[in-house]
Design a protein around this ligand. Structure first.
Ligand code: BGC
Length: 415
């Protein structure tokens, strides 16, 4: 009986639509924490409603370090998945090599040019073609704080570093870890890039976007490095190497008072049942309130087999649908990539992020660590150098500045 059914199905599946249905899409991404998982499940379920199966290819790795490596080796082995999370500058590099499908037809049909925020449209475009479906925008320079602890110790969210030091020392005296932090390289450098931004937006851009050699010799880089090192005293000793969601749990459990992390951490706090307005607050990293240090999550369709194209295009169209955009961001902690999102569905943190991001291109600052400012090689080299400096107090500020300057010089773009 089963056999007969299978043969019947096989016969029916000679029809093109059934063949497409049966394939499904392998999706390589790095969303593994509870909130990330919930957000992925949301896309997978809606894709399933459209008869396309999401074959999950998660490579757990905060900020995608491991996922990038796996994706590159799969490409080299000619075993590429059909869809991959390729964020930031790399997406254009991959498109240039002809590795990505253009999504021009879906974008035209869905009028993406009318829907998308200009910064997002620019990030997914190369030579007039579109190479990714944008999922959401994150704000990296976010300072989370535990409201109960802050109220108990009569603290307000610090607007500048002096206020931060004050809050940290009060919490420290009360036996609370002031700052939840991990020693993972990308988490250290995420904190560092926000400190650099607090030294001035033009300075940040000169260092990480223009990679101007002169900026690497600037005393402000020395000051940022020194601040990073001095902040260690406010962290667990020794600073534990743990995933970002474990870092977030320390804040959620009231063991730590503050945490600097992109607003994906908000997703993780909310998925644990903590409310934005009661349990924790979201503010800007001291000295950076006027800027939106951002990254954009994007899924690219890889040019594998032409027979996958209809399903790949369905996924791209789904991702850009306003209903998915609004619902996904709520779970993920991000904001939609749309010009007219449903503001009423946003919490105060997301609304502030959206309002700031759309206020002017001048406030939008691309994250180095989260791949928006520069290519992967330079990013990896800078992250490694800053991490070494953070771990080893014996390394001098001047040496690190010199080494970072050498990285900038070696990879061109020096002014
Ligand atoms: C991504 C987020 C993700 C975070 C932690 C960032 O680079 O943009 O979507 O939640 O890394 O893995």
């Amino acid at each position: 009986m089963v056999h007969t059914l299978r043969s019947l199905l096989a016969l029916l599946c000679l029809a093109a639509s059934c063949a497409a249905q049966a394939q499904g899409l392998q999706v390589l991404h790095w969303w593994k924490s509870a909130s990330e998982r919930k957000a992925v499940d949301l896309i997978a379920a809606r894709l399933n409603d459209e008869n396309v199966i999401w074959h999950d290819g998660v490579i757990p790795s905060g900020s995608g370090v491991g996922a990038g490596i796996v994706l590159r080796s799969r490409m080299l082995a000619k075993d590429a998945p059909e869809v991959a999370q390729v964020n930031g500058v790399a997406l254009r590099d991959w498109a240039r090599l002809g590795l990505l499908l253009d999504l021009d037809a879906v974008a035209a049909a869905g009028k993406w040019d009318k829907l998308l925020l200009p910064a997002v449209a620019a990030a997914i475009e190369l030579d007039g073609h579109i190479y990714a479906a944008p999922v959401g925008i994150h704000r990296v320079n976010t300072l989370f704080y535990n409201r109960k602890l802050f109220a108990e110790h009569r603290l307000s969210p610090p607007l500048n570093w002096a206020e931060f030091e004050h809050a940290a020392s009060v919490l420290h005296k009360a036996g609370i870890v002031p700052l939840a932090q991990s020693s993972e390289p990308w988490q250290v450098t995420t904190l560092f890039e926000t400190i650099v931004l607090s030294e001035g937006v033009d300075f940040y851009r000169a260092l990480f976007q223009r990679r101007a050699a002169i900026a690497y010799a600037d005393p402000r880089l020395g000051a940022a490095l020194l601040r990073l090192r001095q902040m260690k005293k406010w962290m667990n000793q020794p600073v534990p190497e743990r995933t970002w969601d474990a870092t977030t749990r320390q804040l959620a459990d009231g063991e730590a008072g503050m945490m600097v992390m992109g607003d994906w951490a908000k997703g993780e706090l909310t998925v644990r049942g903590l409310s934005m307005d009661e349990a924790f607050g979201c503010a800007a990293v001291p000295g950076t309130a006027a800027y939106h240090l951002y990254n954009i999550d994007t899924l690219s369709m890889l040019a594998t087999r032409e027979s996958h194209r209809p399903e790949q295009e369905k996924l791209a169209a789904l991702i850009m649908s306003p209903s998915l955009q609004n619902d996904f961001s709520q779970v993920k902690g991000s904001i939609p990539v749309l010009r007219s999102p449903q503001l009423s569905k946003m919490d105060s943190c997301a609304r502030a992020s959206y309002k700031l991001f759309t206020s002017s291109p001048a406030v939008q600052v691309p994250s180095l660590v989260h791949r928006m400012a520069t290519d992967e090689i330079v990013r990896d080299a800078i992250v490694a150098e800053v991490h070494r400096f953070f771990l080893d107090d014996g390394i001098s500020v001047a040496d690190t500045q010199r080494r970072l300057g050498n990285i900038a010089r070696s990879f061109g773009k020096t002014k």
